[in-house]
Design a protein around this ligand. Structure first.
Ligand SMILES: [Zn+2]
Length: 233
């Protein structure tokens, strides 16, 4: 499987590509840098430029069978197959998703308990754990900010998906197993801190997360706690 452009370079903001199919307001392109909603990370937004016209892209999702990435347009559009188009990311929003997503992986480093869920948002992100010992939000916030300040490189690699049978411990999120059937699985490594399968878009270095806040830790069950994360700026 040829990785999409958002995997080759998560920092690229514009891409010229061509129309594969245009079904009313669902547009499929030959390649894209728009991340499709999945793995707890929202679909990208931005805009499309075609024939001198600009159309808003309000969401990006996989098709039902997950074989295609569909850009959801604000307006229905008739386009011939092969028409060249340029897509431009709402980079400010996506970059916040990258900072938040990488930060959630740092939580997995600090808290070794089972992860039961997680969700990335530009303004608020959350991760849920079945905690085996109590957690203080101020202590956690201080720990997170200290690690972020130290910095660490984030790299990705593709491994044969049989790695998941050999090393089931690599999967941190119990509720969401990585998608299988493509032959390869994408691994995200934060040098010396975290290594797990993940399909999200990440920073090059954790120092880019910047200062974070832990506004609350909410109880979702006897052991299950939800940790909320905000970016300070
Ligand atoms: Zn992830």
């Amino acid at each position: 499987m040829q990785p999409h452009q958002f995997y080759r370079d998560a920092y690229q903001t514009d891409l010229t590509s061509s129309v594969v199919s245009a079904d009313e307001n669902r547009l499929v392109l030959s390649d894209t840098l728009f991340y499709p909603h999945g793995g707890g990370q929202p679909g990208d937004t931005g805009y499309l430029t075609v024939n001198g016209q600009t159309i808003e892209i309000v969401d990006t999702r996989y098709s039902k069978d997950r074989s295609r990435i569909e850009h959801h347009l604000a307006d229905a559009l008739v386009l011939d197959i092969g028409t060249p188009v340029t897509v431009t990311l709402n980079w400010a929003r996506r970059y916040r998703h990258m900072r938040m997503h990488t930060c959630l992986h740092l939580l997995c480093h600090i808290i070794k308990d089972p992860v039961t869920g997680g969700n990335v948002g530009a303004d608020l992100s959350r991760a849920e754990f079945d905690l085996t010992s109590p957690l203080d939000k101020q202590e956690l916030e201080d720990q997170l900010n200290a690690i972020i300040q130290q910095g660490a490189d984030v790299t990705t690699e593709w491994l044969p998906e049989s790695i998941l049978d050999e090393r089931p411990d690599l999967v941190r999120t119990m509720s969401v197993q990585p998608p299988r059937g493509h032959g390869d699985i994408r691994m995200v490594r934060i040098a010396g801190l975290d290594y797990q399968p993940c399909g999200g878009t990440h920073l090059k270095n954790i120092s880019e997360v910047g200062q974070v806040r832990v506004p609350s830790i909410k109880s979702k069950g006897k052991q299950n706690k939800r940790i909320n994360i905000e970016l300070v700026d």
